[in-house]
Write a protein that binds this ligand. Sequence first.
Ligand SMILES: [Zn+2]
Length: 408
Amino acid sequence: MRLPEVLIFLASWGVARAAPGKFWHISDLHLDPDYKVSEDPLQVCPSAGSQPVPNAGPWGNYLCDSPWILINSSIYAMKEIEPEPDFILWTGDDTPHVPNERLSEVAVLQIVKQLTQLIREAFPGAFYSEKLPGLSRAGRIVVLNTNLYYSSNEQTASMADPSQQFQWLDEVLTKASQAGEMVYIIGHVPPGFFEKTRNKAWFREGFNEEYLKVVQRHHRIIAGQFFGHHHTDSFRMFYDGAGAPISVMFLTPGVTPWKTTLPGVVNGANNPGIRVFEYDRATLSLQDMVTYFLNLSQANALGAPRWELEYRVTEAYGVPDAGARSMHAALGRIASDQGALQRYYVYNSVSYDTRACDEACRAEHVCALREVAFDRYAACLRGPGVAPAPCLALLPAALLGVRALLVS
Ligand SMILES: [Zn+2]
């Protein structure tokens, strides 16, 4: 995956309106400006590399990054579903998956400009900034550049605190705490492990540990963490020393359907997804998370995009809200109940991969969700960290449940 571009944030804080508030979180739009519906399978999109792309449709293909028409449709679907969000979190990765040599700085800036203009056009009144100061008395958004911690970033490999970002973060959170503010942390590359393949972490271990320490120290004022990069729909739990859930990080799915080329991942494409959160404006506590999606093959077959509700997290896992305790309970269900695991697994690829999640799959997902620390993740995969699945005979019924949920 390419080193992501800048993190971008767009906002108009509706402090005067009554709770609950709503905000969008979108990520990984990955525009492929050269996508075209060509009959030559080698001419469809540069983002497929040397893979042939048969049956390319107007709305995109699972082997390619997003054509403009798909991104345009996702932004206008947001406008139709929730036209007046308090703000929009946009956590980067705008350019196609092509070798760096193929993408000049001018081309990158052009893509960022084009996407920014589109979002501004759909949501006028909103303003744009890379780093935002406090948005209301109660709230502050902290935008991190976690590319500094990325294991492929050689420039920061030997540094203890690249750009002194950890020191800055600690100061910002300490001041926020003194001022009685609550905080959302957003970034692109997340800490922890990729849930679709074993032992794949993005941060270097030292940076991963440091991030965990920050969350443990300041969790009382961290109302949510929002990241992207995976293109999948997942979440990460954070615990204190006594094992109590203290924070949750939501990983929002990508708009791009691009099938990852990461070694070890089987069929890692996804349907395009967009997500809205419902939250309490006074406390920033997360009340619900709602994901909408486009069934890409269906859109191409019908010749029209239909963005549909995929799921509400409270309904999917039978929890009262989207806070850390509730998501801990949701994880407990995913780990121990085959129906909940299968539902989670289908949502993970935005209803693209409907295969059964077997024992190895369950261990990979549950350990990635539960353990952000390197040593604890390894111990989880080795040991009895994953509760046993109740009974495989339940699987067909569970799958039927998912189907019913998806067509409704
Ligand atoms: Zn990406």
